[in-house]
Design a binder for this molecule. Structure first.
Ligand code: DGY
Length: 423
């Protein structure tokens, strides 16, 4: 019999240990609340662990933090914890359920579609879908209404944390336009994890400035759109949103009113028409763009491969990306490095500057399969499995040595292993 790649019971145990009663924290200490895209990915793990009700509950709990305007925040502070900074008092959001004031890559609808399709309890699946769909649709309409008020087709992001890829080298230039926070604060992350695997203070000072900026502007969407010193069209968010639009529209058939679906269809079509502006001819890949300068952000990163997942690349662009992936994997053979290893900014162990992240690899493999590039998809899967060889489920992996980095016993790594790498 084929030996399993990892211990399934261990992966399941991680979800159970990180379950704080309806929501799953990513890892103990470092991230003691519910995070937006972590929750979606983790729900896939709950499903695979055979607990369908718990999978749906994860998403219900996430939507408890949804704002009246439709935004699903990136952190939901369901309960107090003193091991994380910045907590709810720094964000200053006064809603009944305390949250942050930004969002995160909206993989939610794509996960809802998977849960709905894979659910064995059909009555539960129908009931939960009907319950969640209005909130998920409101979330997508929020992205386009608030983050693309000029109808460019390309939504924008106000904070590196919103990209989920906090310290990607892609954000180095736009962050130069952001002042540093002018008060002393104590980071908690470097108390849990080696500082060599986390962002620098220079970046944190700017992350915190932006948090203060949203609060100072009373979370006013128009004002923030006009004056935020960081406003980026993030190719990762745009691609994940586009894929999620397609998935959501399939789920909406005969279930949700035509005005919303028509509006979303139009926005999605605008994205597809506009995506060429984020293709870099000289790098032969997709990139993000700083909307304040109009400049493309010339970093070859895993975000630039996500248009395959979003089905936004032309066949020629997909072929060019695929070719690039060859040397990418050869020089950093554990998973797909978050920054191309040939890049001057590549650091194989530092968070989003080079480690590989299994949930991203999953999306990329799905995208490659969609374009018929199944050999490369299989290779991405194989190098992702290699990260699990030591039997642990880390937040991310050093893409050159395969060593686990960041938080340990990590929910989304366990979940993606269960969902994708179990065979
Ligand atoms: C952190 O605190 O590192 C998170 O990535 C913010 O979402």
């Amino acid at each position: 019999m084929k030996k399993p790649v990892f211990d399934i019971d261990h992966a399941t145990r991680i979800l159970r240990n990180n379950d704080l009663g309806g929501y799953t924290i990513p890892t103990q200490g470092l991230y003691p609340f519910q995070w937006n895209w972590d929750a979606a990915i983790t729900a896939l793990g709950w499903m695979e662990a055979g607990d369908e009700a718990r999978a749906w509950l994860e998403l219900e709990m996430l939507l408890k933090g949804q704002w009246d305007n439709g935004m699903v925040p990136h952190i939901i502070f369901h309960a107090d914890a003193d091991t994380y900074f910045p907590g709810p008092e720094v964000w200053g959001v006064e809603n009944a359920v305390k949250t942050s004031a930004i969002s995160q890559p909206p993989v939610l609808a794509s996960v809802v579609k998977i849960l709905f399709e894979q659910g064995k309890d059909r009555a539960l699946a129908e009931q939960k879908l009907a319950q969640l769909l209005p909130g998920v649709m409101a979330y997508h309409l929020w992205w386009y209404r608030e983050r693309d008020p000029e109808n460019t087709g390309l939504v924008c992001s106000y904070h590196p944390w919103e990209s989920g890829m906090d310290n990607s080298p892609a954000w180095d230039h736009p962050l130069e336009n952001v002042p540093a926070a002018d008060w002393e604060y104590t980071r908690r992350d470097t108390g849990h994890v080696d500082a060599a695997e986390r962002p620098h203070k220079h970046q944190y000072d700017r992350y915190i400035y932006l948090v203060d900026f949203f609060k100072r502007n009373h979370f006013d969407s128009d004002l923030i759109y006009q004056t935020c010193p960081y406003r980026v069209q993030d190719i990762g968010i745009i691609s994940i949103l586009h894929r999620a639009n397609t998935d959501l529209l399939v789920l909406c058939q005969n279930r949700i009113d035509n005005d919303s679906t028509r509006s979303l269809q139009q926005s999605s079509a605008r994205t597809a028409a506009a995506i060429g502006a984020l293709w870099s001819e000289d790098l032969n890949c997709f990139v993000s763009r700083d909307t304040l300068t109009g400049a493309q952000l010339k970093t070859i990163s895993c975000a630039g491969v996500l248009p395959l997942f979003g089905e936004l690349a032309s066949p020629a662009q997909a072929a060019a990306i695929n070719e690039n992936l060859g040397s990418w994997i050869e020089d950093a053979p554990f998973g797909l490095a978050s920054t191309h290893p040939h890049s001057e900014t590549f650091e194989p162990q530092r968070y989003w500057r080079g480690p590989s992240w299994l949930h991203i690899n999953w999306m990329i493999a799905l995208g490659l399969d969609t374009y018929g590039l199944s050999e490369r998809a299989a290779q991405i899967k194989q190098v992702s499995k290699a990260c699990l060889a030591n039997g642990d489920f880390w937040e991310y992996y050093n893409s050159v040595s395969g060593e686990g980095c960041g938080g340990g016993e990590f929910s989304w790594t366990a979940a993606i292993a269960l969902h994708w790498l179990k065979d």
